[in-house]
Design a protein around this ligand. Structure first.
Ligand SMILES: Cc1ncc(COP(=O)(O)O)c(C=O)c1O
Length: 441
């Protein structure tokens, strides 16, 4: 196996191997056969990696803290089959829309284990949440709090809520994914007094029960210190507030944002590193501030699903501009993975039918969408690519399909789950008929 293949196979799913045909295999399934059977672009999720990530986060946080709930952030990617695996692994869910709640409901997920987030929840969505008996609504602003109180009162229900605060900590992520700073659309800022006012209103709202506080800093956070800073700010705030109001912090939800390794040379902190900093900060501060230990909620999305998923594309044409660059075109791109144009995200890749072969040329992998920005990977060294070769891109489980579009009226890919040599279709490829199904003509 070439050095390069050896380095990058580690960012593929845990079951990734190179078989005797020199093909990449996931969970014993030859990816070239998968591409033949299911077509390309194809998203392949490895059940073992997914379950192991659920177990790692659950284990590492429980090792250092006594009362932990791991709620998977559906926005990273959710479908009924995956949500069922997460339920089997004991995870809760964080949903941000009626659609995500509906995926969970459709899969038979217990509503009491779901948290509902979002900065502009509609009345319909709040009614859905209440009528489904959702576990927690994470209230983001004053308008939503009033609306929720009224809707809960009409149903003679007491809804458990958390309040989303913005602790004003810069997590050093891409500006599009930084959320916990003052100038953000999310949450009640602490420094302006709005967080205190929100607590006062929540306590007065007879159909809301304020269970605790939430913050989410951004994503992905390759540093662990921002969690420590935010926990200090939020716990000191909670301690001050509990002296003036009838408020006990039963639950502290520190959000998600745990990083994953996308590139061979850029490792991410392991779950244990986040767990240790978060647990230590809460334990030390609650002891200093003489507060009871809150139940800890974490909301990992990317860290649970990212590594489990890969994308398989088929190479088509190419274009060489002498002295400038060689483009290789694939049959997907920004419609199924918007992250490179949106966040300057970078990826590794492997030619799946030449998996162990040494790199021979530097190429830029471009998608087939009508945008010059539709570049999946710029300047990557790969074995020489021929028309029809299969290109595998690792760490595509999170925020790829979830943000996919039908731009250019292209069809969204099929999605499969692989385990122990078996492949199961989780979502069929779209058809042209799907694309016009909702149109009235
Ligand atoms: C409130 C909240 N929780 C959790 C997450 C999940 O983040 P990640 O997938 O990086 O863990 C997000 C991501 O935007 C979020 O906004």
């Amino acid at each position: 196996m070439s050095d390069k293949s050896q380095r990058i196979i580690r960012v593929f799913p845990e079951t990734a191997t190179i078989n005797h045909h020199n093909h990449l295999a996931i969970a014993g399934c030859d990816t070239i056969e998968l591409a033949e059977s299911f077509g390309t672009p194809l998203y392949v999720f490895d059940e073992t990696t997914l379950r192991n990530k659920c177990r790692e986060y659950t284990r590492e946080f429980n090792r250092v803290y006594s009362d932990v709930t791991v709620a998977y952030a559906c926005k990273a990617y959710a479908n009924p089959a995956l949500v069922t695996v997460l339920h089997e692994e004991g995870l809760w869910l964080d949903a941000v829309s009626g659609g995500e709640m509906n995926i969970a409901r459709f899969a038979g997920f217990p509503p009491e284990k779901v948290l509902f987030h979002g900065n502009n929840k509609t009345q319909d969505e709040l009614e859905f949440a209440l009528d489904w008996s959702i576990g927690r609504v994470v209230v983001d602003n004053f308008r939503e709090m009033g609306l929720l109180q009224n809707l809960a009162a009409k149903r003679q229900r007491i809804q458990q809520v958390l309040l989303r605060l913005s602790p004003e900590v810069d997590p050093h992520t891409h500006s599009h994914t930084t959320t916990g700073v003052l100038d953000s659309k999310f949450g009640f800022p602490i420094s302006t007094g709005q967080a205190e006012e929100a607590i006062a209103i929540a306590i007065r709202s007879s159909n809301l029960r304020l269970a605790g506080l939430h913050f989410h800093l951004g994503s992905p956070l390759f540093e662990v210190e921002p969690y420590e800073q935010a926990i200090k700010i939020v716990l000191e705030f909670a301690s001050r507030i509990s002296r003036n109001y009838d408020f006990t912090l039963d639950e502290l939800d520190v959000g998600g944002g745990f990083a994953v390794q996308y590139l061979a040379e850029k490792p991410a902190p392991p779950a244990s590193a986040y767990a240790e900093v978060i647990a230590r900060s809460i334990l030390e501060l609650t002891s200093q501030l003489d507060m009871p230990l809150p139940r800890l909620i974490i909301e990992p999305g990317r860290a649970i699903i990212g590594q489990a998923g890969i994308a398989l594309y088929r190479a088509g044409g190419n274009k060489t501009i002498q002295g400038v660059r060689k483009y290789v075109f694939v049959d997907g791109g920004m419609g199924d993975n918007i992250r490179p144009p949106l966040y300057d995200a970078r990826y590794e890749a492997m030619v799946a039918n030449k998996a162990a072969s040494a790199p021979e040329e530097k190429v830029t992998i471009a998608g087939k969408f009508c945008e010059s920005g539709d570049i999946l990977i710029r300047d990557i060294d790969l074995p020489a690519i021929q028309d029809g070769d299969i290109i595998a891109v690792p760490v595509c489980g999170a925020y790829c399909l979830a943000m996919s579009s039908n731009y250019n009226a292209y069809l969204k890919p099929a999605v499969i789950l692989v385990s122990e040599g078996q492949a199961k279709l989780m979502r069929r490829r779209e058809t042209y008929a799907d694309l016009v199904r909702q149109d009235l003509f």
